[in-house]
Design a protein around this ligand. Structure first.
Ligand SMILES: Nc1ncnc2c1ncn2[C@@H]1O[C@H](COP(=O)(O)OP(=O)(O)OP(=O)(O)O)[C@@H](O)[C@H]1O
Length: 294
């Protein structure tokens, strides 16, 4: 459904995106990840036809994103990373403008979305918080019920409750067969919604993975508190991968083989055991260390 081939755009600064190749299949939710400045928004702007590539191309539903942008816009719901709103209008006026441009007759879906994300659409946009503006952007991207959704960090600025509502919305759209490409930094959101992910670093594709495989390679850090400093020191010498030992606290990294970790731990008097969740970037940083670029 979305095909990026050899896509290259080099800015004068030397940054940009370089020889990207990616395919998002119909009905798939695809996570597009990478540290700040990696080139995620630049890729997405090419998909929307807002930037002309130096080399290569991108296509959505068979149409070239640069030459046939208007045809693509009619099928896509787009949430930009930063939404540029006109001055002096409120949320409802903005949404009316967008629905007018799309020739929408029926506002039921729009009104359902507004109710779901709970915000006062009569607030002037310049007075809205970042999260509120983000909600307006989400409604604008989803209200015409597009087949394809391209979302640039959709939950940025949303509180945890709203992030959950957003995840539910993506899962519903996925069940309805929609194709979604979204950039994100939040592991939970990617883990719960995406089928596959690609990670970008300095404009180059580092990896493309099924989310299930990514979770398997995930390294976890455990914070263990033992009954004495002697025991903590002994555990640090046990051959497990110890990343920190302070007093009675030991931080141990485990990847894959939990049994060995549990067997070792069972020999001690354990006062507490916490798992330190790695965020997506940390997971990928470890991933980079072990894998060559594609
Ligand atoms: N129009 C432009 N002209 C020059 N440089 C640009 C332009 N757009 C982006 N860049 C640079 O290209 C790099 C990639 O930017 P991009 O916004 O695509 O990153 P990103 O992965 O979306 O990051 P973030 O998570 O911070 O939004 C950055 O170094 C940015 O400064």
């Amino acid at each position: 459904m979305i095909e990026i081939s050899g896509l290259t755009k080099a800015f004068a600064s030397g940054k940009g995106i370089f020889d990207l190749n990616l395919t998002v299949r119909e009905g798939e939710v695809f996570g597009y990840l990478g540290p700040n400045g990696a080139g995620k928004s630049t890729t997405i702007r090419h998909l929307m036809g807002y930037m002309k590539p130096d080399r290569g191309s991108s296509r959505i539903a068979g149409k070239d994103c640069w030459n046939q942008a208007p045809a693509i816009h009619s099928r896509v719901g787009y949430l930009p990373g930063e939404i540029a709103f006109m001055e002096g209008i409120d949320g409802l006026e903005f949404l009316n403008l967008m629905s007018g441009m799309r020739g929408m007759k029926d506002n039921k879906r729009r009104d359902d979305l507004i109710e779901r994300f709970q915000f006062d659409i009569k607030t002037p946009i310049r007075k809205m918080s970042k999260g509120m503006k983000q909600k307006v952007g989400i409604v604008a991207a989803f209200m015409h019920d597009p087949d394809i959704l391209i979302l640039d960090e959709p939950t940025s600025g949303l509180d945890p409750l709203m992030q959950r509502l957003f995840i539910d919305l993506i899962l519903e759209e996925k069940a309805r067969g929609k194709t979604v490409l979204m950039s994100s930094h939040i592991f939970q959101e990617v883990d719960r919604t995406c089928d596959r992910v690609a990670i970008l670093k300095e404009g180059r594709l580092m990896a493309e993975k099924n989310v299930a495989d990514l979770v398997l390679v995930q390294r976890r850090l455990f914070d263990v508190v033992l009954a004495s400093e002697e025991a903590a020191a002994a555990l640090s010498r046990s051959g497990l991968e110890v990343s920190k030992c302070e007093g009675v606290r030991v931080r141990i990294a485990v990847q894959g083989d939990y049994n060995l970790f549990l067997r070792e731990l069972s020999q001690y008097d354990v006062l507490s055991l916490d798992v330190h969740e790695l965020d997506l970037e940390e997971i990928f940083m470890h991933y980079y260390d072990r894998e060559e670029t594609l």
